[in-house]
Design a protein around this ligand. Structure first.
Ligand code: HEC
Length: 163
């Protein structure tokens, strides 16, 4: 897409230039622009895995809270946020060795989506437990067994901090 724009610019420059000198100048200017864009792209902010996981933790908690309160519209929203964060991980961290088996999370999210649509609180709770177990399986597989996620209880926490 970016190159299409640059190509169009180049073409416009070619057509509008009167002399060779002007043309050389224009090409140099555009080359400079391409280089700047590439540096900007390389330096662009990419969220770390830990940061994305922290966002996931918040959505995991909110999903629970909205589900048990039968606020299905909010639960649906939180589910989609969760899904998007996992997709972000796949996009930004595709070469990372510690996201093995990430795909295992999607079936749980899809099943929960179905239950949220059906407004089935009882099954939602069971499936939520499965989702949480899947978070932990992935932590185990990826050398982070000490990150233990739990179904939130009255303390409104969804992580185990005691050893
Ligand atoms: C790809 C497998 C995978 C899945 C699925 C996964 N995690 Fe993680 N999670 C990790 C890895 C790897 C880390 C360590 C990240 C790091 O090194 O910064 C992590 C870290 C975390 C952390 C610690 C972040 C911090 O900085 O304190 C939390 C909280 C967390 N995950 C929550 C969850 C929750 C909740 C789910 C399920 C909804 C989940 N994770 C699913 C792999 C996964």
């Amino acid at each position: 897409m970016k190159f299409k724009i640059i190509f169009t610019l180049l073409l416009t420059a070619l057509i509008s230039c009167q002399s060779n000198n002007e043309l050389v100048e224009k090409v140099e200017e555009l080359t400079q622009k391409i280089e700047t864009l590439e540096t900007e792209k390389d330096n662009a902010y990419k969220p770390g895995l830990g940061m994305l996981m922290n966002a996931i933790q918040v959505h995991h908690l909110k999903l629970w809270k909205s589900g048990i309160n039968e606020n299905w519209e909010l639960a649906n929203f939180e589910l989609h946020e969760l899904e998007e964060r996992f997709e972000d991980i796949e996009r930004y961290k595709e070469n990372s060795s510690n996201i093995k088996s990430i795909k295992m999370i999607y079936p749980q999210l899809e099943d929960l989506e179905k239950l949220v649509k059906e407004k089935n609180k009882e099954e939602f709770i069971k499936e939520y437990e499965l989702l949480t177990a899947t978070c932990n399986s992935c932590h185990q597989i990826n050398d982070h067994p000490f990150i233990k996620i739990k179904v939130p209880n009255t303390d409104s926490e969804n992580q185990v901090f005691e050893q």
